[in-house]
Design a protein around this ligand. Structure first.
Ligand code: C2E
Ligand code: SIN
Ligand code: SIN
Ligand code: FE
Ligand code: FE
Length: 411
């Protein structure tokens, strides 16, 4: 061993510092949770894990990874499971949230009967998974705010056998989690900022909520993940693409802030003049991203501009991304095929599907078969056929997303 010797401890600290920096470059809360869970599992050699986030007095299930049950970057309905656990001593995660102390369990099936909490076997029973060791850590941000709880499951030894979590894992992962919690709060803020911005455009319509925007963002991220996996993109590139696309797609209709309520909320069909005004939401939205400083800005501009272009031509506004800043641009030449940026081709399918499946001031929701039938019929003319094919392939995930982000009735 020469000068380049580093102790395992140094390695762990370097990994934590490097990873914390990477986490800080991510923007959307889901991508941040994915990265934090992945790196924590890598540091502890854990097979699985999940993250719960605090909302009011509950822990909301928010992220899961499991190398035994789910593979790679492919779309996964388990991510969108929708359940909450009370912050109380009865459950392991609730206990950790309440005590704010990390908790190590060597075998979830051999808990001391005097402990206040018990292990909920229902997930194992449903999935056939066998949970053994657990490391459950409170996620605490600045000013001692409890953000959530991370649970790592089944540490493995070199032979792949489940073993208790090491002392090293118990020491270093909570340190990493302190930094991670701050990043999670920032990711939540980014998502909420965008939702609030979209409420300015959409909440004027009482039937419209942030749920549509969240669904379109999640549909797009999942479609892109499958599209990019088919092309064998690296996990890192896929995650980055999903991160940007999720937020950019949430902003697809940001240009509707410029459209009057009388048009947006009109109960019946629009006349030609009104529809001509509506069409301008694409160009007005795109121009909000004039000072492009990031990939996210570029993608947001492309989506706002091109989400109503059609794959076979004939969509609107008919302005190429390079011409957005020409002030006299009216839009004359619809784009087609792969001249329409990929993020916009993806968003077109996600947005139209959601418009079809949801109530609008001018229409009732359509049943699934009718929605899918319309996508099918218009593949090649309106939509990129490969995107429609992927949409079918991951329809179980699409449905899980719809369940997670339902319209909440207004008081
Ligand atoms: P939106 O309601 O979010 O609809 C987005 C897109 O979904 C529409 O783009 C269209 O491609 C598709 N879509 C929505 N409903 C249907 C449907 O019943 N059948 C089919 N085949 N496709 C549907 P489009 O047409 O460019 O409209 C853009 C926006 O203009 C709409 O966003 C909505 O805000 C407004 N809009 C369009 N038509 C009407 C209308 O008849 N009445 C009112 N009040 N608004 C309309
Ligand atoms: C609406 O404002 O009615 C819908 C916004 C959208 O579908 O994108
Ligand atoms: C791609 O990954 O090939 C397209 C996504 C993007 O526009 O950056
Ligand atoms: Fe639109
Ligand atoms: Fe929309």
């Amino acid at each position: 061993m020469g000068d380049d010797y580093t102790s395992p401890q140094d390695n762990a600290i370097l990994t934590i510092l490097r990873t914390s920096e990477e986490v800080n470059n991510l923007k959307d809360v889901d991508t941040i949770l994915d990265k934090i869970l992945f790196e924590s599992r890598r540091l502890s050699n854990a097979d699985a894990g999940s993250i719960f986030l605090v909302e009011k007095n509950s822990l909301i299930f928010s992220y899961v990874q499991n190398d035994t049950l789910f593979k790679g970057e492919s779309a996964n309905a388990a991510l969108y499971q929708n359940f909450a656990i009370p912050i109380s001593e009865q459950s392991i995660v609730g206990y950790v949230a309440k005590t704010r102390q990390a908790l190590t369990i060597d075998d979830a099936y051999e808990l001391d009967a005097t402990l206040p909490f018990s292990f909920n076997k229902s997930f194992d029973e449903k999935s056939g998974y066998r949970t053994t060791s657990m490391l459950t850590i409170p996620l605490i941000a600045q000013e001692s705010r409890l953000v959530g709880v991370m649970q790592l499951i089944n540490a493995k030894n070199d032979m792949g056998k489940s073993v208790p979590f090491s002392d090293e894992a118990k020491t270093y992962i909570p340190l990493f989690c302190n930094n991670a919690s701050v990043a999670i709060e920032r990711g939540i803020m980014n998502r909420e900022l965008i939702l609030r911005m979209m409420q300015m455009a959409e909440l004027r319509d009482p039937t419209e909520t942030g749920a549509h925007v969240q669904r379109v963002g999640a549909f797009c991220a999942e479609i892109y993940g499958t599209w990019a996996s088919r092309r064998k993109y690296s996990a890192k590139d896929i995650k980055r693409g999903r991160d940007n696309l999720r937020l950019a797609a949430m902003l697809h209709d940001v240009g509707k802030v410029g459209i009057s309520d009388t048009i947006l909320k009109k109960p019946g069909k629009l006349n030609d003049e009104e529809f001509a005004t509506i069409k301008m939401h694409t160009l007005w939205g795109a121009r909000l991203f004039k000072n492009q400083t990031s990939e996210l800005d570029r993608m947001s501009m492309e989506i706002a501009l091109c989400h109503h272009e059609k794959f076979g031509g004939g969509g609107y506004p008919g302005v190429a991304p390079a011409d957005v800043w020409k002030s006299d641009e009216q839009g004359t030449t619809p784009l087609s095929g792969e001249d329409i940026p990929l993020p916009a081709r993806i968003c077109a399918v996600a947005d139209v599907y959601d418009a079809l499946a949801s109530p609008r001031s001018y229409k009732d929701p359509f049943p699934d078969e009718k929605c899918l039938g319309i996508l099918e019929k218009d593949a090649g003319t309106h939509f990129d056929p490969e995107i429609v094919e992927i949409f079918h392939e991951i329809f179980d995930v699409i449905k899980a997303i719809r369940d997670k982000y339902k319209e909440t009735p207004k008081e």
